[in-house]
Design a protein around this ligand. Structure first.
Ligand SMILES: [Zn+2]
Length: 500
């Protein structure tokens, strides 16, 4: 329909009256709900928590705020609102505030319509352009956000300064008839919050002391860190009052949901970039995900700023890259990441959290290494619950060592570990088929060794690789997972007291 409408007269004849933007978004949402469409494709794990609240806020035609920590898909949700706009809306060509040709706000457009009449051409504004986003920072000014008065323009045109023709429009007026998103609202200076409130409430604003009337039609959406938002004095009360709904986002509740998000977001299929075939074992994905879960629960890490879902996403990318590098160096046809590759992803982990004082004393890298180790231990314990690892541990206790590293080829890992009694059998618990390719066998064996190391049943050092657990390991007995068997067992010729 829009394609055939080029003039004001045609638009009037077609009776295409634009609706207020919140009504338009509501109507389109209602249509999608009736049709049973997926509302926020790609947003995972919010179906029963955030999405119902969002739907209610939109049905209520509210301005709303998403309260959540970093990496909880807040910006992504706001951008997804674009899908709820009409494909395009008619505008007066060239108007900075995208005036509706049938109901223009600015006097320039009204003058033009009076001059050109029904023959005035109209333009069509696509929905993607109707979303305006601004990251709030303390240095954002009224001029940036709302606009400024141009005294020279006024003088030249012989206009009064309060005439809106003298106005140089800021971001918000230029978002007229669209969605205006402000990220990190509490970082916005108080007087700008007042300006926003006035626009929302009264449709006018004072600029440099001159009242300017602008009956804008905007859906306002915001994001904020919950603690900043609720802190006294950060948000002016009248603005808070105008925000109809506060919706809390959260990190994925389950490891499965988290893995689904990372699977969707991480760049791991590299065949199109001239890369090799990549097979990521599930246990590697689980460990990567658990690093984030461990970090979110760690008291050395600042809870207030959170641990973004971007941590596991970028970590998995580096894990795959490290495996890719190894496979290329060793001329392997299949890339299979190992859990030891997660240590190579430290550069993507250390920058993704803020440390508490205790964490700062240890240093980001040590904290990150500890997180990886406990993630491996956690995932390993879950998968190998009830499995007997005694034969393998005994091999090390009797003096066996394995000088492996993350650059050791798959064939070498398989060859060097083939003499370790019980190791292949234990790794077979991961569902290894008898014809599994060497890189996958190597990854499984690597996981078992790292798992036993995380459980302190064997030791590992940079120069010697895997060996028996250090003699000085403090009181391993009480920490064991299976305390019922063999409370103590004296190995002849060894000072080691505990093992299982
Ligand atoms: Zn206009």
């Amino acid at each position: 329909m829009a394609a055939t409408i080029h003039t004001l007269g045609e638009l009037r004849q077609a009776r295409l009256h634009s609706r207020p933007v919140k009504q338009e978004i509501r109507d389109n949402l209602v249509r999608k709900l009736k049709a049973g469409e997926t509302l926020f494709p790609g947003i995972i794990g919010y179906d029963e928590t955030v999405v119902p609240q969002l739907v209610n806020a939109i049905l209520s035609k509210h301005n709303f705020i998403l309260l959540g920590l970093r990496g909880q898909a807040k910006s992504r949700i706001l951008r997804a609102l674009v899908d709820l706009l009409d494909d395009q809306v008619p505008v007066v060509p060239g108007c900075e505030i995208h005036d509706d040709p049938l109901a223009p706000l600015c006097s320039a457009c009204r003058a033009r319509i009076a001059r050109e009449g029904e023959d005035m051409p109209i333009a069509w504004w696509p929905r993607a352009a109707r979303f305006v986003e601004k990251l709030a920072t303390p240095d954002v000014t009224i001029a940036d956000m709302l606009g400024d008065i141009d005294p020279i323009k006024a003088a030249q045109a012989g206009l009064n300064l309060s005439d809106e023709l003298t106005m140089h429009y800021g971001l918000l007026p230029r978002a007229n008839r669209g969605i205006f998103a402000i990220n990190e609202l509490p970082d916005l200076a108080g007087k700008i919050q007042v300006g926003l409130f006035n626009i929302l409430q009264e449709g006018d604003v004072q600029i440099k002391g001159y009242p300017i009337r602008l009956k804008l039609d905007v859906m306002m959406v915001f994001t904020a860190n919950p603690e900043d938002y609720t802190a006294r004095g950060k948000i002016i009360t009248p603005l808070k009052d105008r925000i109809g709904s506060e919706i809390r986002t959260h990190y994925p509740a389950t490891r499965q949901n988290a893995m689904a998000i990372t699977r969707q977001e991480a760049w791991t299929d590299r065949t199109t970039a001239g890369g090799l075939k990549i097979e990521i074992p599930d246990f590697v994905r689980e460990v990567v995900e658990d690093v984030a879960f461990q970090a979110r629960a760690d008291r050395k890490i600042d809870k207030r700023s959170g641990v973004s879902q971007r941590l596991p996403i970028t970590t998995l990318e580096l894990v795959v890259s490290n495996a890719e590098r190894r496979a290329l160096a060793n001329n392997e046809a299949v890339v299979v990441p190992r859990v030891t590759d997660v240590y190579a992803a430290l550069p993507s982990i250390t920058g993704k959290f803020e440390l508490e004082y205790e964490g700062e004393l240890k240093g980001a890298e040590t904290v990150a290494r500890d997180l990886i180790k406990s993630a491996i231990g956690n995932v390993f314990s879950g998968m190998f619950d009830g499995q007997d690892s005694r034969t393998v541990v005994e091999w090390f206790d009797l003096g066996g060592t394995l000088p492996l590293s993350d650059v050791t080829s798959a064939a070498d890992v398989v060859a060097q570990t083939s003499g370790v009694q019980g190791l292949r059998e234990l790794a077979g618990h991961l569902g290894l088929k008898s014809n599994a390719p060497a890189p996958l066998v190597a990854a499984s064996v690597d996981f078992v060794l790292e798992g036993l190391y995380a459980q302190r049943k064997i030791g590992r050092s940079d120069d010697r690789g895997y060996s028996a657990a250090p003699e000085a390991a403090p009181r391993r007995g009480p920490r064991r997972e299976e305390p019922m068997i063999d409370e103590q067992f004296q190995i002849p010729g060894s000072k080691k007291k505990y093992y299982n």
